[in-house]
Design a protein around this ligand. Sequence first.
Ligand code: C2E
Ligand code: MG
Ligand code: MG
Ligand code: MG
Length: 263
Amino acid sequence: RSKEQGRNQVTMYHESMQKDNDKMLFVEQVLRNAVSHDNFILKYQPIVDSDRNVVCFESLIRIYNDQQTIYPDDFIPVAEDTDLIQQVGRWVISHACLKIMDCEYNISVNVSSKQFHQQGFIMYIGQMMKRFNIEAGKLVIELTEGVVVGNIKEIQYKFNRLKDMGVMIAIDDFGTGYSSLEYLRQLPIDYLKIDKSFVFDLGHDESSRVIIETIISMAQHLNLKTVAEGVETEEQFKVLKAIGCDLYQGYLFGKPGDLMSLQ
Ligand code: C2E
Ligand code: MG
Ligand code: MG
Ligand code: MG
């Protein structure tokens, strides 16, 4: 979204184009440097059930550059615009699989649309599952709705292959994309992750509550589990529990951190 906004400004103002372009070049340099020096790090954020038991950790990538942290919203779009997303994506998947091996938890990884559609993606997941001897159900792949736009047969085929390998599939940022809801009954999906923008507004915006209720009720009918993102307050947690959400993620339960220190 922010990338699109940036692009619109580019066509209008020369000055912001200059700034945008400079930032983009800087980020690309940092990214190339991170790829060649292995400067990435994965943080892990807990996902809990309604009794606050941890059931999964979401892995979230960062770059450490000159003692500065660079966040994925700043460099994943750049990685997607260059050829670097494949290397970044493979780094994430292999490190997450390694982590699954030496901890007891399920781990989810974010996979960007371009990465998902790249040739060899499914094969690479299969290789990692084998190499690290990953049990079925342990690896969760988070995809945004952007992934399911396009050739439905091809997407179906890929999703089915992932399911055959024992990979769980979550739709991330649910409710913010442009795709039709039809894919929900055409694809083997396990989780819907309700976007944090709806959760943030719980309590002061009645329509957000209605949207969340509707998503959860739809998910229950379709046999999908729901995960609420961005839960920051006890009040939000209480309301989400009352509505019947299955799983919860947010600063209330833990920020992205070092998995070893959380164990
Ligand atoms: P996402 O997958 O929706 O991840 C959730 C984001 O919300 C994370 O931001 C997380 O730190 C943040 N978050 C979690 N709980 C709370 C909360 O209670 N309040 C607030 N304000 N924020 C919360 P982060 O780590 O900056 O990641 C941003 C996005 O970057 C992710 O959104 C995901 O789309 C992307 N991303 C992260 N890691 C990877 C990766 O390894 N590969 C790819 N392709 N994308 C990634
Ligand atoms: Mg995610
Ligand atoms: Mg999300
Ligand atoms: Mg997001």
